[in-house]
Design a protein around this ligand. Structure first.
Ligand code: ZN
Length: 240
């Protein structure tokens, strides 16, 4: 058995029947590098290939945004305002969490309440993002037929002309003008199912700061994945 972890602990091996050649691909979301090996290729060759690219792997992993766990003393931006996490021991059975005056205040018995904090922030995101989305839909004299937040990997939202909207809950860590742009974008899909000129015109009309918000998401969107992250296990998606 070839041990690829000696090259990098962030290397994730994928054997692919479809792949034609050896390849290294960064998965920024999972914080790892996928080594794609065609099923017919030799493991020794694959190892040598990855080893000869060790510098590249280290550079890519080193350039990833630093994870910010949901732990005491960490600073988390919520809708553009920095919030410090304060965890306090409590003798109550249940965990209490409040967001107030730049603090995420947690009273808990748990040794590591990060899962509980994630759940709380996700719920908070759902409430806040729904308010914004409803307001945009109102402008368009439309109603959302369903709304939910999810952990989305490669996009920030989706919306159909029949009013089903989904947004990435991690948008809550972006500044307001960026959140507003994404919500405006998805709301504009209530009218236009495409990205034609009329769509972008409407999106701009709905946004408070369209171009800055769009640009912010383009440059920084990937960083929203860092909050509450532990070095996560790569997903079980097949390599191309
Ligand atoms: Zn779109």
């Amino acid at each position: 058995m070839v041990d690829f972890s000696t090259i990098s602990p962030h290397l994730n091996v994928r054997i692919s029947p479809k792949a034609k050649r050896l390849a290294l691909r960064l998965d920024a979301h999972a914080g790892c590098i996928n080594l794609v090996i065609p099923s017919k290729a030799s493991m020794k060759k694959a190892y040598e290939f990855a080893e000869s690219n060790q510098g590249w792997i280290e550079d890519k992993i080193g350039a990833l945004p630093r994870p910010v766990p949901f732990a005491h003393g960490q600073i988390i931006p919520i809708m553009g305002i920095d919030h410090i996490i304060e965890i306090e021991k409590s003798d109550k059975k249940y965990t209490e969490i409040n967001i107030l005056n730049g603090k995420i205040h947690v009273r808990t018995q748990q040794e590591d309440p990060s899962t509980r904090i994630t759940r709380f922030l996700r719920k908070f995101a759902e409430t806040e993002l729904k308010k914004l989305s409803d307001a945009k839909a109102d402008i368009l004299e439309k109603k959302l037929s369903s709304f939910c937040v999810r952990d989305m990997k490669s996009r920030w939202g989706s919306c159909s002309t029949d009013g089903r909207m989904t947004l990435a809950w991690r948008l809550i860590f972006a500044p307001m003008h960026a959140i507003d742009y994404v919500v405006s974008h998805e709301s504009a899909h209530l009218i236009h199912a495409n990205h034609a000129r009329k769509f972008w015109e409407l999106c701009e009309q709905l946004s408070t700061d369209y171009s800055t918000g769009k640009e912010w998401m383009r440059l920084n969107g990937v960083n929203l994945g860092r909050y509450g992250k532990h070095p996560s296990q790569p997903q079980e998606t097949p390599a191309e």
